[in-house]
Write a protein that binds this ligand. Sequence first.
Ligand code: 4FV
Length: 235
Amino acid sequence: MKFDVLTLFPELFNIVMRESIIGRAQENGIIKVNAINIRDYSKDKHKKVDDYPFGGGTGMVMTCQPVIDAYNDITKDMTVKPKVIYMSPQGRVLNQKIAKELSTEEHLILLCGHYEGIDERIIEEIVDEEISIGDYVLTGGELPAMVLIDCVSRLVQGVLASENSYSEESHFNGLLEYPQYTRPADYNGKKVPDILLSGHHANIEKWRTQQSIERTKQKRPDMYEVYERTHKKNL
Ligand code: 4FV
């Protein structure tokens, strides 16, 4: 899966996306993250990429020309234009279901805004979808783009050791994950639940499912309500 990222801070991606699981997936050629510097396309003599908002107001707005030209350049040889996602607080909020959906795409272009945002005509011209990572305002779309690349890449075949690695994770089946423990079995008198030391896998499975249901009920009653509804329906 390929991600072309249009950003004013490409170096951020060259650092973060080279680490750990995503870094390994890039080394193995399963994932490709290509960060393009929008400023390289500015025709302004001072390489400006922003300007004052028409109608007044605080802050600056990213101008059309550098973004559109960057997009046209990276897609000039592509017959099929990849889906363009603008990371914005106005988008639908990213969740595991959307991540699963996006993980079926071969190629995505992520547009990172900065300052107060981008000229609306860029959205009309090249953006297929807006996605938010949450109802708060950040200084730029770079962190949201990295969040999206991370959660989507984990769902691409071969990125994680085994499918199990994500099929038991929180949100995969609409429940929060069960508590995890590792050695030592006794840490300063705090013991690991005996069931986990029993080796009885069926009982461990049952206990884990019960724990997932319990903690979803406590910590995320909104998720539990959906789980109960869907679960009852399937009974
Ligand atoms: C954001 C979010 C976000 C808005 C103005 C960047 C900032 C600035 N993006 N989920 N929340 N973006 O706050 O995706 O351009």
